[in-house]
Design a binder for this molecule. Sequence first.
Ligand SMILES: CC(C)(COP(=O)(O)OP(=O)(O)OC[C@H]1O[C@@H](n2cnc3c(N)ncnc32)[C@H](O)[C@@H]1OP(=O)(O)O)[C@@H](O)C(=O)NCCC(=O)NCCS
Length: 291
Amino acid sequence: MSPNPLPQVVVRAATPEDAPVCGQICYDAFSAISGAHGFPCDFPAPEAAIGVLSMMFSNPGFYCVVAEAEGRIVGSNCLDERSAISGVGPITIDPGVQNLGIGRMLMQAVMDRAMGQGAAGIRLVQSAFHNRSLSLYAGLGFDVRAPLSCMQGRIPERNVPGCTVRPAQLADVDACDTLSRQVHGFSRKVELTEAIQQGTASVVERGGRITGYATVLAFFGHATAETNLDLEALIASVDSFGGPGILVPSQNSGLFRWCLAKGLRVVQPLTLMSVGLYNEPAGAWLPSILF
Ligand SMILES: CC(C)(COP(=O)(O)OP(=O)(O)OC[C@H]1O[C@@H](n2cnc3c(N)ncnc32)[C@H](O)[C@@H]1OP(=O)(O)O)[C@@H](O)C(=O)NCCC(=O)NCCS
C-alpha cells in the first residue's frame, strides 16, 4: 500500500459545480497516459470530459467523489449505481500528483460506498496498456474478466438479413430487461429507460420478437443480445459509433472477426474487471466503458 505523502487529502462528494475543474483534470490525465503510449485520447477536448462529468455529477443514479489537497481539487471518481452491479469510472488524478496514493483513496471511497449500498458486485473497464491502473485495480481485488477491443469505423451495409432494428420505446423495456437477466443475470432497466428517454436506444427484432437492444452504439453505451447476428444488426444500423468506438469482447471470435471483415478498425485494447458477483454472460454483449 502506498504511503500517503499528502495527509491533507480529503475525499468528499462531488457537486455539479466541480465538473469544469474535474473535466479538465480528466482530459489532462487521459491525454497524458494515452499520448505516452501512442493512443488517441478518450476525449477529443476538455469540453467533452466536462460534459460527461457534468452529467454524472448531476444524475442521482451516480455517486461521485472528488479528492482535494490543500483545498484544491486533484482528482475525481464516479460510481454508476443504476443496477445491482455498480460501475466505476472515469477515475482521473491530476498528472502532477499521480502515483501518490490518491487514486487508491478514490477507488476505496466508491468501493466502500458500493458495499454499503449492498451492490452485488463492482465492475470497470481499464485501458489495457496502463500498467498503473491495472495494478491498482488488481491490488484492490478486481479480477480480469475479458479483453476488449475498442472499434471504430463504418459498416458498408445498414441492414442484416432477417433482422429489423428500430428505435426502442418505453413499452420495450420489459422485453429488454428479460433479455438482460437471461444474458447477464441482472437488470439494467434504469440505464435503458434513461437511454430511451434520451432517444438513443434501439432494439433488434427477429422472428417477430425482440432479440437484442443497445442503449446507444457508443463508448458509453452497452448492448445485449441473444446471438451475434442480433448484435451485428445493431452495430450495422448506425453510420458511426459515439466517442472512441464500441467495445467488442475480443474473445467473441465470431463477432470480432465479423467487425474486422466489415472494415472496423481496432482503436485500443481494454480490459473488463470485476469484484463480487460475476456471471459469465450467456449470450452476445458489448459492455460500455463502465461495464
Ligand atoms: C490510474 C490513476 C487513477 C491511479 O491513481 P494514482 O493516484 O496515480 O495511483 P495510486 O498511487 O493511488 O496507486 C497506484 C498503484 O499502482 C502501483 N503501480 C504503479 N505502477 C505499477 C506497475 N508498473 N506495476 C505494479 N504496480 C504499479 C502503485 O504501487 C500503487 O499501488 P499500491 O496502492 O498498492 O501501492 C491515475 O494514475 C490516473 O489518473 N491515470 C490516468 C487516467 C487513467 O488511466 N484513469 C484510469 C482509467 S481506467
